[in-house]
Design a protein around this ligand. Structure first.
Ligand SMILES: [Fe+2]
Ligand SMILES: [Fe+2]
Length: 192
């Protein structure tokens, strides 16, 4: 009796290639939205520092986070050029909206400013975590950059918590509104 050979499921070369290579459209969306998000983050902290002043205690804490955001935005500016990705058409909007969010939360007080940080950084941190899973072997370098930035964003989130963000009057509503705003901005900036 003949032994039937068990044949291994064949993986086509195309499939192997797809496992290695990040979809071009996804890569462009990632770079576009992260560039927009990091820009927005720098504007939020600019707005808060404009209210508190650089030399106040809280201003120095915010400046530490703003310095890291500066590194993040510079990285994505380079990637936008390198990969010839069109930046979001909404940069002027994020410029104003980010700054306005920073100023208005700072005017509500230090805790409200930190509540803003907690909400924004929580959303961005999660967003980076999901993105890292979409990047394949061909984008190993970008994946590790994103993982490093995710750590920074979560550090910012924790700084906010440590500064009593959750004791802001109306914290839940404020936090939900800002998170929703960020998620909407992310959805729009991927495409437009
Ligand atoms: Fe950032
Ligand atoms: Fe951040």
């Amino acid at each position: 009796m003949k032994n039937k050979k068990k044949s291994k499921p064949k993986i086509s070369n195309k499939k192997k290639y797809n496992q290695y290579k990040t979809d071009k459209r996804i890569l462009e969306e990632i770079i576009r939205v992260d560039h927009a998000g990091e820009y927005g983050a720098t504007r939020i902290y600019d707005g808060q520092i404009a209210v508190f002043g650089k030399n106040s205690k809280i201003g120095k804490t915010i400046q530490h986070m703003a310095d890291q955001e500066q590194e993040h935005i510079e990285t994505f500016e380079k990637l936008i050029t390198e990969h010839r990705v069109r930046p979001t058409a909404l940069m002027p909007l994020w410029n104003i909206a980010g700054f306005a969010l920073g100023v208005s939360t700072a005017l509500l007080g230090e805790r409200a400013a930190m509540a803003c940080t907690v909400a924004v950084e929580g959303v961005i941190g999660n967003h980076y975590k999901k993105q890292a899973l979409l990047l394949k072997e061909d984008q190993r370098k970008l994946r590790s950059t994103i993982k490093r930035f995710e750590k920074d964003e979560l550090e910012h989130h924790d700084i906010g918590i440590a500064h009593d963000a959750e004791k802001t009057p109306g914290y839940n509503i404020l936090s939900k509104a800002i998170s929703l705003g960020c998620k909407t901005a992310i959805a729009i900036s991927k495409k437009i």
